[in-house]
Design a protein around this ligand. Structure first.
Ligand code: UT7
Length: 343
């Protein structure tokens, strides 16, 4: 691997464009009927409560992992951008499910993609990871000599689901995926971040977490060892938080930008539950064609859900140059974040 050059970069002082997107999902597609066969649930319950019909679940036996999904999504994004990995100056990966505590997924990508010895790191903001990563990459690109960045949201969260009655309320909810985009400095000053917001509240950690040692249980009645390495979720509390937070986040972001809901061309939201998304859309009377929902096919893919939709809508020709795109997410922590771009 060749080292990153110490000179020759220019600090981008103008616009930042999204020049390519990519995504990847595991091969194995699991239906609600498949889940009915291994736990006490039903297609009717899952569809009514969540809107989910299928999800993709990684198969470790065939080598699928957070890193392989990240690599595939990144290669697709680089191809779409028409650049090679050695042209990257920065990699930021939002994930809460790296294959190992260290090294980071982004670090491993420098080798699997063939990048130079550039700065590459993960950040963990749970389902808000990609939105945090976009804001972080933008901030670094406008203040440091990085002209081209790869930003990812990748999660293999089903590593922490048990497909049995022990964990039926979260096992039916989640799927695995990776999404990526390439950011590039441009002389076109109309392109880039218009407004952003990022929040955390550790007071809500007990509503959604993954205990990995017997010391990491956050709820007093939760000390059963069978719950180690398994998502603990109080779905109702997360639901209430999300239903109130999404509209506040949209209002806050619009206020910062001095815009109104109709000024936004695309709302690309974390896919947590079709009912949560519908409530936010109806609150602002946002037309369905501007507010995408793909949870029916992929489930809740944690940090990957926002870049997965970005890639699908970009490839479908719906997200076009000059459009205003609002990314929105919330998740464990609790965390919540937005990132409003003119692309
Ligand atoms: O990315 C952020 C991550 N998390 C979220 O966004 C989750 C947000 N929350 C949710 O989406 C919903 O709370 C869930 C879909 C997780 C659950 O829906 P709910 O309407 O809040 O159901 P509930 O947890 O209040 O459970 C209602 C009933 C219970 O039975 P009883 O006590 O009424 O007899 C549960 O035991 O549904 C039962 N139940 C199930 N039944 C069939 C829970 N999970 C299942 C299941 N299949 N998979």
């Amino acid at each position: 691997m060749s080292p990153a050059p110490t000179g020759g970069h220019t600090t981008p002082r103008s616009g930042i464009a999204i020049i390519g997107t990519g995504s990847a999902v595991p091969k194995r597609r699991v239906t609600n009927a498949d889940l009915e066969a291994c736990m006490d649930t039903s297609d009717e319950w899952i569809v009514q409560r969540t809107g989910i019909r299928t999800r993709h679940i990684h198969d470790p036996q065939s080598g699928e992992s957070t890193e392989t999904l990240a690599t595939d999504a990144a290669r697709n994004a680089l191809d779409a951008a028409g650049i090679t990995a050695d042209q990257l100056d920065l990699i930021v990966c939002g994930t809460m499910t790296p294959d190992m505590p260290t090294p980071s997924v982004a670090n491993l990508l420098t080798a699997s993609l063939g990048a130079r010895t550039i700065p590459a790191f993960d950040l963990n903001a749970a389902c808000s990871g990609f939105v945090y990563a976009m804001n972080t990459a933008h901030a670094l690109m406008t203040t440091a000599p990085y002209s081209t960045a790869l930003v990812l949201g990748v999660d293999c969260v089903t590593k922490f689901c048990k497909f049995s009655n022990l964990d039926r309320s979260s096992a039916v909810l989640f799927g695995d995926a990776g999404g990526a985009c390439v950011l590039s400095a441009t002389n076109d000053t109309s392109k880039g971040l218009i407004a952003q917001a990022m929040h955390s509240d550790g007071g809500g950690a007990k509503h959604l977490y993954i205990p990995t040692t017997t010391h990491s249980f956050l709820n007093p009645d939760d000390t059963d060892d069978g719950k180690l390495n398994t998502i603990v979720m109080n779905g109702r509390n997360v639901f209430k938080f999300a239903v109130s937070t999404f509209p506040e986040l949209i209002s806050q972001t619009l206020d910062k930008a001095g815009l109104v809901p109709e000024d936004i061309d695309h709302y690309i939201c974390h896919q947590s539950n079709a009912r949560i998304l519908a409530a936010a859309r109806e609150r602002f009377s946002i037309p369905e064609e501007k507010f995408y929902i793909n949870i029916e096919r992929y489930g809740n893919t944690v940090g990957a859900s926002v870049p997965l939709i970005l890639d699908q809508q970009t490839r479908a020709g719906r997200v076009k140059p000059g459009d205003r795109v609002m990314f929105l997410a919330f998740g464990a922590g609790l965390t919540w974040a937005s990132s409003l771009w003119q692309v």
